[in-house]
Design a protein around this ligand. Structure first.
Ligand SMILES: *[C@@H]1O[C@H](CO)[C@@H](O)[C@H](O)[C@H]1NC(C)=O
Ligand SMILES: *[C@@H]1O[C@H](CO)[C@@H](O)[C@H](O)[C@H]1NC(C)=O
Ligand SMILES: *[C@@H]1O[C@H](CO)[C@@H](O)[C@H](O)[C@H]1NC(C)=O
Ligand SMILES: *[C@@H]1O[C@H](CO)[C@@H](O)[C@H](O)[C@H]1NC(C)=O
Ligand SMILES: *[C@@H]1O[C@H](CO)[C@@H](O)[C@H](O)[C@H]1NC(C)=O
Length: 661
């Protein structure tokens, strides 16, 4: 969909002020302007036949959270009884009432039942209509538009109406105001150079330099000795797998389980370097030398080896070296998403693991998501195969170290995607996202200059806080970053019962704060209210939504500073919540292994359990997440919008989750 519901709402308000439309139709969607590069040409040839598609509203979305709670809340009798994809499709399919009401309307306009086909996903009614029929049904006029550069035609209208009593049953109608035609550019070089001039045009999240990638890349010549004791004595300067095992008290794994799985998502052109994996394994996981992730290539996803630098390899090398080491010999699945030309977005990935998401609520947004088959066909690396809709299965834990600012996307787009995470939770998948690396500011340190969803960004020294998405979706687990306190020996600290960690304030600051889009979920309501009561922040509504009614993040944190990572043939120090998320994902994968071995299900959506049992996390109480010209929020006892509930304590987490369902 090309525009947000808020624009539609504005259109409706404007309409309400004007004279009411005749008969019982009411305006359903309206576009305020034709997208750039499209010109209105002619009225449509009356003999044309239009392939009409009516998207029906999904039912039961408001029930979704109750269902997810049933399978993920510790006190529920149905804890762990996850759903199959088929059960999910049925539960959210449009109601019979919607199908019947829309069919009755079509019949009354002369489109009889036998001309109508219901899609397999159950959410679309499809039929061919003459222009007269379509215009009468929707009280609109169709025109032909032409693409300036390619001459490609597209049939569209500027607004359309449906009978008022059907408003709640009809989600959208195609073709109408949408311009998601797959444009075949004539001159790709000019198109691509435009993308390079205006990075905003290119929306792939894997673009080098995009703010959610990890920071650092400073080479470290040689590391301290090989003895474990010596290694652990320097965890304040060099984080290694053994440091993480010591901090969170989890063991070297020795088992692989066929039922278990762990997925890491990477967005092209980000890619791992095979020799980097071996270089890392040779030092930190000898038996894993030669191991590679299972590659699930989505929409032409390639592990490119042409562009080699920290900006292209740092993220994937970091994620895979740590995830593969910490869960070895358990295999790790690499979802590599997008081709070399367009890259991809989270929606492209979600389409691949759930075919019904490709069309759900109108499908992808071509202004945000990559289009496949790639229309940029004569550019090297364009993927010309079909879009991946389904066909890949979701692993039990999925960790993603990329993110947007909530402010970059429309609330409609975000809610649609967030519902999909709810469905993954119902299926027993733990979805982890890093919470961002700029404290209360957004990617690259941007802050929002004033209220409203259209407010511009400023240079980051003032303005409103800029929360990160999908971290603010209440159905994902948002992972923040900690660091070992400088000059701290973690072995001594742990032995004396002193917390060796604090919020990360080296190079990066843990992303955290409160959503401007998503309501406060009930599982964290007490924790968030307690924090506001006990540690009232010194900022007002001009800085963030302080209503105490919106989602707070992160949920949990893990170390995100000084990771020793092999990148492009040298060891570097790397920083970011990009490191924290795969580390937490590895620990959950070990817990899943223990549960699966005992015939239990995966841990699935962990937040309801986590907030009921904060005692299984190491509370982090020091450090802040500065940004937007402020010190940001402060860590504090209990949940806080810097480090969430704290870092993992594996023995306690394991004991808790083995007790459950
Ligand atoms: C990796 O191992 C080599 C050879 O034992 C050693 O010289 C080097 O310092 C190690 N590098 C790191 C980062 O531990
Ligand atoms: C990536 O490599 C290709 C081929 O060498 C080159 O044309 C392109 O400019 C490189 N891209 C970047 C961003 O360095
Ligand atoms: C794409 O094709 C056009 C027409 O054949 C050609 O002029 C242009 O140079 C090509 N662009 C690239 C990047 O190959
Ligand atoms: C950022 O913007 C503020 C307010 O407009 C200005 O005072 C400040 O000098 C700017 N800082 C930088 C580094 O550009
Ligand atoms: C803050 O969130 C609440 C709850 O969603 C909402 O009602 C309110 O309008 C928001 N405040 C601002 C300033 O956006």
């Amino acid at each position: 969909m090309l525009f947000s519901h808020s624009i539609l709402a504005a259109a409706l308000t404007a309409l309400a002020a004007a004279s009411p439309i005749a008969d019982t139709h009411s305006l359903h969607e309206k576009r305020s302007q034709v997208p750039p590069q499209w010109q209105k040409r002619d009225v449509l040839d009356r003999r044309a036949i239009l392939p009409m598609k009516i998207g029906l509203t999904q039912s039961n979305l408001d029930q979704g959270w109750d269902w997810l709670k049933e399978v993920s809340h510790p006190s529920s009798a149905k804890y762990g009884k996850h759903w199959s994809p088929k059960q999910i499709a049925h539960a959210f399919a449009p109601s019979d009432e919607s199908v019947d009401a829309v069919k009755a309307w079509l019949a009354s306009a002369g489109v009889s039942e036998h001309r109508i086909k219901q899609s397999q996903s159950l959410s679309w009614l499809e039929f061919d209509a003459t222009v007269d029929e379509a215009e009468a049904l929707l009280k609109t006029t169709y025109n032909v538009y032409e693409h300036e550069e390619t001459g490609q035609p597209h049939v569209a209208c500027e607004e359309y109406s449906v009978p008022s009593h059907l408003k709640e049953h009809v989600d959208m109608v195609y073709p109408t105001v949408h311009f998601d035609a797959k444009v075949k550019p004539r001159d790709l070089s000019s198109d691509l150079s435009k993308r390079e001039r205006d990075p905003g045009v290119y929306k792939g999240v894997g673009k080098p330099g995009s703010g959610s990638l990890p920071k650092g890349g400073w080479h470290i010549g040689h590391h301290h000795g090989h003895k474990l004791e010596e290694e652990l004595a320097t965890c304040d300067e060099y984080i290694t797998p053994d440091c993480l095992r010591a901090l969170y008290e989890f063991p070297i794994n020795h088992r692989a389980d066929r039922k278990n799985s762990y997925g890491i998502v990477e967005y092209t052109p980000q890619s791992y370097v095979p020799s980097d994996l071996d270089m890392f394994f040779a030092n930190f996981s000898r038996k894993a030398v030669g191991e590679r992730p299972i590659l699930d290539s989505i929409d032409g996803g390639v592990v490119q080896q042409t562009n080699m630098s920290f900006g292209f390899n740092g993220e994937s090398d970091l994620d895979l070296e740590y995830a593969m080491t910490l869960v070895y010999p358990q295999k790790v699945t690499l979802y590599q998403v997008g081709d070399l030309v367009e890259g991809a977005s989270f929606n492209n990935f979600l389409d691949a693991i759930d075919g019904s998401y490709c069309t759900y609520e109108g499908g992808d947004d071509p202004s945000q998501d990559a289009i496949y088959p790639d229309p940029y066909t004569n550019y090297t690396g364009a993927y010309e195969g079909p879009e991946n809709c389904g066909g890949y299965s979701a692993t039990k834990v999925i960790s993603t170290s990329y993110g947007y600012n909530e402010h970059d996307l429309t609330p409609f787009y975000e809610r649609r995607q967030c519902h999909e995470y709810l469905k993954l939770g119902l299926m027993g998948v733990s979805v982890l996202y890093s919470s961002g690396d700029y404290g209360v500011a957004g990617n690259g340190g941007q802050c929002i200059d004033g209220p409203g969803i259209d407010a511009p960004y400023n240079n980051g020294t003032s303005g409103r806080f800029n929360p990160s998405f999908p971290a603010t979706c209440p159905y994902v687990t948002a992972v923040g970053a900690t660091q070992v306190k400088p000059n701290t020996n973690i072995v001594d600290a742990l032995a004396s019962g002193t917390q060796p960690e604090e919020a990360c304030e080296t190079v990066i600051y843990s992303g955290g704060g409160f959503s401007n889009v998503f309501a406060l979920p009930d599982y964290q309501a007490d924790a968030v209210h307690e924090w506001f009561d006990n540690y009232p922040p010194p900022y007002g509504a001009d800085r963030f939504n302080n209503s105490m009614q919106t989602r707070g993040f992160p949920d949990i944190s893990a170390n995100g500073a000084n990771y020793v990572v092999a990148v492009d043939g040298t060891f570097s120090l790397v920083f970011g919540t990009s490191a924290s998320s795969p580390t937490l994902g590895s620990i959950l994968t070990l817990i899943n292994q223990a549960r699966l071995t005992r015939g239990k299900s995966s841990v699935g959506f962990i937040n309801p359990v986590a907030y009921e049992h904060p005692e299984v996390f190491n509370d982090i109480t020091e450090g802040g997440n500065q940004g937007c010209g402020t010190p940001g929020f402060e860590s504090a006892p209990g949940w806080d919008p810097v480090t969430g509930l704290g870092t993992p304590n594996y023995p306690k987490m394991l004991k808790l989750w083995l007790r459950m369902g």
